[in-house]
Write a protein that binds this ligand. Structure first.
Ligand SMILES: Nc1ncnc2c1ncn2[C@@H]1O[C@H](COP(=O)(O)OP(=O)(O)OP(=O)(O)O)[C@@H](O)[C@H]1O
Ligand SMILES: [Zn+2]
Length: 469
């Protein structure tokens, strides 16, 4: 048996050949903790959680790293009436709660970018030494990657440098080529001292791309097996990670993997359209286990189009997921009434589908077929066959992280408390925006609504905390 996986660089499904037999090392780009998690972020985490669980099911030991990007332009911009690190941590807690709510296992390591600045310095210094990076030409503390010095630049997305857009960051006067991207960003006059670190090139902070290259290297070594993240990160983020790391002489990732995006009613989620479905919205609309089923059933590389019923989440695709998953649960309940479910292996067809680039649509079809067969056996009074089938269903659900009996769906701490925390944080964020807009009536309404639900809000100098009264 071999697990096969789609490699975005080769644009082909390849055999997964771990660098160390029996072990798999994975790095997945985690969130930039600037605002509340939306369903796309949750989808990405669930996709790689299923990969991890499947590899472990196949007997591989998985080292799974998902980072937290806690320093970035967007974090600084969004931290208006609190320090950037307070915003970053509050949002990080929201992400953790949302991940936990849908049964995503804690990563083996979950590094914050701000804790690996020395490792980023080391990588930048190595790139300068090897002639692939240079301090800004205008004498600022910026350091750039020299795209012209690295012939393979563009290999991941198969683009030639000539056709690429200029990199967004910093002043083009400091660059040799407008496409050169920042490895180190000089502290700007209006930025707080706490958002910059001393470096051989002057005070500043790391660029986003070098953060991931350095964290992957620190936790998984110079070469590792799988690098994952959403399709939106292929360019420039992953292209730049690949260029930096390989130009520094590292092997870096063997396989580049990308999950598909989540759209809403056929449109990309975006702040300007105001159509984002936040994790809190999702968890309010359906049970967390159904939310997970909804995200797991389509192939991880396909786009998920979440259909609403005229803007309401109560109908549309989430309702369909509730019906489909409800059928499985109803069969399990029926079977459990005639006896304990035996421990079964997953059916071969299920295993073959999962081995084939995690083909969950086929695997979930096997799940439903088996559940149907169990129901037929129950109808016929064939208890032995029914229990065996039900046991197989349970084995498949376990691998997918969808076992209804798993404590994650029952302990208040993980599901309900996670959902509650998400909701309160979303309301507090709305209240903050209202106050910024000097709409104190709206801000008081939110506070009163929370108070009526028994939630006490306390405003400190920089942060707002809440507790259940
Ligand atoms: N709509 C989406 N669908 C699926 N995955 C997504 C979506 N948006 C972001 N992701 C993935 O979630 C992970 C964390 O994302 P990150 O914080 O970098 O998001 P982002 O692209 O800045 O999101 P946004 O700008 O929407 O807040 C990444 O792997 C990213 O690719
Ligand atoms: Zn990354």
């Amino acid at each position: 048996m071999t697990v096969r996986i789609y490699d975005s660089r080769q644009q082909a499904v390849v055999d997964l050949q771990p660098l160390q037999p029996g072990r798999v090392s994975m790095y997945v780009c985690g969130p930039t903790v600037q605002s509340s998690p939306h369903i796309g972020h949750v989808r990405s985490a669930v996709a790689y959680d299923v990969w991890r669980r499947w590899l472990e099911h196949r007997g591989l030991r998985v080292a799974f790293v998902r980072n937290v990007t806690d320093i970035d332009d967007k974090v600084l911009v969004n931290a208006v009436d609190e320090p950037w690190w307070a915003l970053a941590y509050r949002v990080e807690l929201e992400f953790s709660a949302a991940y936990r709510a849908v049964g995503v296992l804690a990563p083996t390591y979950e590094p914050r970018a701000t804790a690996s600045v020395p490792e980023m310095h080391a990588l930048i210094a190595l790139l300068i030494e090897r002639g692939h990076a240079y301090p800004a030409l205008d004498g600022s503390a910026d350091v750039y990657f020299d795209v012209r010095s690295w012939e393979a630049y563009g290999a991941l997305t198969r683009q030639s440098v000539e056709k690429m857009e200029p990199a967004a960051d910093a002043d083009p006067r400091g660059k040799r080529d407008p496409r050169d991207f920042a490895l180190w960003k000089a502290q700007k006059d209006d930025e707080p001292e706490s958002a910059s670190w001393a470096s051989p090139w002057g005070r500043g902070r790391p660029g986003w791309h070098i953060e991931c290259s350095a964290m992957a290297r620190r936790y998984l070594g110079d070469a590792f097996d799988i690098h994952g993240g959403g399709l939106d990160l292929r360019f420039p983020h992953h292209e730049n990670e690949l260029a930096q790391s390989t130009a520094a002489g590292l092997g870096f990732a063997s396989v580049w993997s990308h999950n598909g995006l989540v759209n809403v009613d056929g449109e990309k989620m975006s702040k300007s359209l105001g159509n984002s479905i936040f994790a809190a919205d999702l968890l309010r609309a359906v049970r967390p286990i159904v939310a997970r089923y909804f995200l797991v059933a389509p192939h991880y590389r396909s786009t998920i189009d979440l259909r609403t019923a005229d803007g309401s989440l109560e109908g549309g695709s989430l309702a369909e997921a509730e019906t489909a998953f409800g059928r499985i649960e109803a069969m399990l309940d029926r079977a459990a009434r005639i006896g304990a479910l035996p421990d079964e292996a997953v059916p071969d067809a299920f295993g073959a589908a999962m081995d084939d680039d995690l083909s969950t649509p086929q695997a979930v079809a096997v799940l439903h077929d088996t559940a149907r067969a169990a129901n037929i056996a129950l109808d016929a009074g064939d208890d032995r066959a029914a229990l065996e089938r039900a046991g197989q269903v349970l084995a498949m659900l376990r691998v997918l992280g969808l076992d209804p009996g798993d404590e994650v769906w029952h302990s208040g701490q993980s599901a309900e408390a996670g959902a509650l925390a998400s909701l309160v944080e979303t309301l507090l964020a709305e209240r903050r925006s209202a106050r910024e807009a000097r709409d104190f009536a709206a801000s008081d309404r939110i506070r009163d609504a929370l108070a009526a639900a028994g939630i006490l809000v306390e405003d400190g100098k920089h942060t707002t905390t809440w507790s259940i009264a």
